[in-house]
Design a protein around this ligand. Structure first.
Ligand code: HSE
Length: 435
């Protein structure tokens, strides 16, 4: 049996999870692959850093270059994270012709194009299953299982922290800030939580999925991104009354406009309660993938955690081992640029439906003033909720809006905000019907 030697940089929570999973099922993998996988070196921050599973002491080093420069190591697993030293490590390993397996979504999001170019130049591969949706094999599915498909739409609940917070807000009728504080106290949310709750982690992930699905590396600056800070209890309640749930969705959708392209975005979205994604709760992730040939498919699982991530990392290690076994002649490459004119459609040009909550003075003529502005912009209102209030007080006014471009909606809302009867910045969420 052939042998493939592994080096790992990062021996904390995820790294020790990978080592433990390999100890548990490495023999099984060898039987399935016909290749024996052997760890040769693991670079760690310090020998004594706390790790949930032990790593054999004789493998440890604090010098990552020992991993990258070891001529006997065929595959380097990068689990350091971030976009700084991790980039140097990945480029150094690729330059030495080693296949790299990474879980680093931030790195791919910021430098994916450069890294894949470096991989192509060196003839090595760069695998990244663990970078999106943890243990869900979404990358391999898009790349191989759905190789015969175009992707009209991919909708992902790709951030477990946001999904946990939104699920609890809905279930408990709680406010965002209270659930966030509690989630941080119990270790379900990072401190500071910005990367997750401002949508950037989801931005990295949907950017990677969109790039793979559409064959050009999506520049993360072009991904319209909104987090969940503006979702409040009152919007959860009105959404529920209207038959919807609010989820943070990563969306990658083909847009057939005059100038076709792809919508790539992240924002809190009202989705019908009857849609399968509405029942994905807690820290779980899910991806709803529409293929032009296969139709609708759904993936569900843990998007983070040492064991789920280890499962994804080892699946990449298996692919890397098969590349080496077969001289990389027979496999679909981890990323293939094939759409040379691919483009991200600007958010202003995207058409969607909307939920809008105004805070208005409760007096005759207010709704008429607001609807006149929408009418002048040729934006249609599909339903209205206005709970009974006391004359002269501020009350919520909820409108559901028919299809309109984001530009038209943005301009209309700016005009409405200037009406003296409108007492606060309108709250606007997009509505997805999955048509
Ligand atoms: N922080 C991420 C999440 C997991 O909450 O889903 C790592 O990408």
């Amino acid at each position: 049996m052939q042998q493939v030697n592994l080096g790992m940089i990062g021996g904390g929570t995820v790294g020790s999870g990978v080592f433990h999973a390999w100890q548990t099922n490495g023999g099984l993998m060898a039987a399935r692959l016909g290749v024996k996988l052997v760890f040769r070196r693991v670079a760690v921050k310090s020998f004594d850093e706390p790790r949930p599973y032990p790593i054999a002491r004789e493998l440890l080093t604090t010098d990552w270059q020992e991993v990258v420069n070891d001529a006997e190591i065929h595959v380097v697993i990068e689990l350091v994270g971030g976009t700084g030293i991790a980039k140097t490590m990945v480029l150094a390993a690729l330059a030495r012709g080693k296949t790299v397996v990474t879980a680093n979504k931030a790195l791919l999001s910021a430098h994916g194009k450069e890294l894949f170019a470096a991989a192509a130049k060196s003839g090595a591969n760069l695998y990244y299953e663990a970078s999106v949706c943890g243990g869900i094999p979404i990358i391999k599915s898009l790349r191989e299982g759905f190789v015969a498909n175009q992707f009209p739409a991919i909708y992902g609940i790709v951030n477990g922290t946001c999904n946990y917070i939104l699920s609890r807000m809905k279930a408990e009728g709680a406010e965002f800030a209270d659930v966030l504080a509690d989630a941080q106290k119990h270790g379900y949310a990072e401190t500071p939580p910005d990367l997750d709750i401002d949508g950037f982690d989801a931005q990295h992930k949907i950017g990677i999925l969109a790039s793979l699905a559409h064959g050009f590396w999506v520049d993360h600056h072009q991904i319209h991104t909104e987090g969940i800070r503006d979702v409040s209890k009152i919007d959860m309640e009105f959404a529920e009354k209207l038959g919807y749930t609010i989820k943070l969705l990563g969306i990658a959708k083909q847009i057939s406009a005059k100038k076709p392209g792809v919508q790539v975005s992240v924002y809190p979205t009202l989705i019908p309660n009857a849609h399968v994604l509405a029942s994905v709760n807690g820290v779980f992730n899910a991806c709803f993938v529409q293929g032009d040939i296969v139709g609708d498919t759904l993936f569900y699982g843990r998007g983070a955690g040492k064991d789920a991530t280890a499962s994804a990392v080892l699946s990449d290690v298996a692919d890397a081992a098969l590349d080496l076994k077969n001289n990389a002649k027979t496999r679909v490459l981890p990323f293939v640029a094939h759409a040379w004119n691919g483009r991200v459609v600007p958010m202003d040009d995207i058409v969607s439906r909307y939920y809008v909550r105004f805070s208005v003075v409760d007096k005759p003529g207010v709704l008429a003033k607001i609807s006149a502005i929408f009418a002048a912009a040729k934006i249609g209102i599909s339903s209205v909720i206005q709970p009974e209030g006391h004359a002269g007080e501020s009350v919520p006014l909820i409108l559901m809006i028919h299809d309109a471009s984001n530009a038209a909606m943005r301009k209309a809302l700016a005009k409405i905000s200037r009406l003296p009867v409108v007492k606060a910045k309108p709250v606007m969420f997009r509505v997805e019907s999955f048509d």
